[in-house]
Design a protein around this ligand. Structure first.
Ligand SMILES: [Zn+2]
Length: 259
C-alpha cells in the first residue's frame, strides 16, 4: 500500500510542473480562480489529469455545459443584484481568449446568495445556442460563491453599434501570452458589459466549459444581448478564432426562464 501511495505521489509531483506550465499556456483557469489545483481534496492530484483539455470529452457527468436552449420552464427567478465597482485593468492573453481579472469587492446577489466577481472573458462564437442561434460572441462573468460553487453570468454579444467598453479592452490586448498585464491608470467597471435589462435570464445548472469541466456552475444567461461592431468582432476573431465548446447533452435538465 505504501509503495502504491509513493508511486502516486511521485507521478503527481512529476506532472506538477507540466500541469503548471500547461495551465499558463492553455488558460486552464478559464472559469476558475488561479488556485484551481491543490494537493488534496476535490482539486487534488487525482483530479489534475482532468485539467488536460482532451480529457473533458471522457467526462460521464450529466450536467455539462454549454447547452442548446429552446424548451424552457417559465419561473419566478430572483433578480440578479449587481454590486460592481471600478478596478484597474488587469488582462491576460491565455492563448485562447482575453481574460480580465477583477479586483476584490465586486459581487452579485441572487436571493440571499452572494457570489464574488473574479474575472470575465470572451468566447467566439457564443457557447450557448439560443433557439438554434449562435451569437457572435459570449462574455462570461465568473463569480465564486460559498463552498467553491460558481455563478457565471453569460452576456450574449451580437454585431451592431461600436461598444466603447470593448474598444477599451481590445486596445489593451496583451501581446505576450500567459502573463497578467496591469494598466493601473485605466479603470474599468464590469457593469459596462451588461445589457440594460438584466432581469430577463435563463438559468440552469451546469459545468465549466473548459477543463476541468467541473459541474459546479449556476449558469445565468442574460436574454438581452449587447452590441459590438463588426470590426470589434473581427479584431477578436483575427487573434483568437474559434473558442467555444460544442453543446452538450441536456440529460433532462430543466432550463428556467424568468417570467
Ligand atoms: Zn467561458
Amino acid at each position: 500500500m505504501k509503495t502504491f501511495k509513493f508511486i502516486i505521489l511521485t507521478s503527481g509531483f512529476l506532472s506538477l510542473s507540466f500541469i503548471a506550465a500547461a495551465s499558463l499556456f492553455a488558460g486552464v483557469g478559464e472559469h476558475i480562480p488561479p488556485d484551481h489545483w491543490d494537493y488534496e481534496g476535490e482539486r487534488g492530484p487525482d483530479h489534475w489529469v482532468e485539467l488536460k483539455r482532451e480529457n473533458c470529452k471522457f467526462k460521464t457527468g450529466e450536467m455539462q455545459s454549454p447547452i442548446g436552449i429552446s424548451v424552457t420552464e417559465r419561473a419566478k427567478l430572483d433578480d440578479i443584484i449587481f454590486h460592481y465597482y471600478p478596478t484597474s485593468l488587469r488582462t491576460i492573453n491565455n492563448g485562447h481568449t482575453i481574460q480580465v481579472n477583477y479586483g476584490r469587492g465586486s459581487s452579485i446577489y441572487i436571493g440571499h446568495k452572494k457570489y464574488d466577481l473574479i474575472q470575465f472573458h470572451f468566447h467566439t462564437p457564443s457557447e450557448h445556442v439560443i433557439h438554434g442561434k449562435h451569437y457572435d460572441m459570449e462574455a462570461h462573468l465568473v463569480h465564486k460563491g460559498a463552498h467553491g460553487k460558481l455563478a457565471v453570468v453569460a452576456v450574449l454579444m451580437e454585431k451592431g453599434k461600436e461598444n466603447d467598453f470593448i474598444k477599451t479592452l481590445w486596445s489593451n490586448f496583451p501581446k505576450e501570452q500567459g502573463k497578467e498585464h496591469v494598466v493601473a491608470d485605466i479603470k474599468i467597471n464590469a457593469h459596462q458589459l451588461l445589457p440594460k435589462n438584466t432581469n430577463a435570464y435563463y438559468n440552469y445548472t451546469g459545468s465549466l466549459t473548459t477543463p476541468p469541466c467541473s459541474e459546479i456552475v449556476n449558469w445565468l444567461i442574460l436574454k438581452t444581448p449587447i452590441e459590438v461592431s463588426i470590426a470589434e468582432v473581427k479584431k477578436f476573431t483575427s487573434i483568437f478564432k474559434w473558442y467555444a465548446r460544442p453543446i452538450q447533452h441536456q440529460h433532462g435538465r430543466v432550463v428556467k426562464e424568468s417570467e
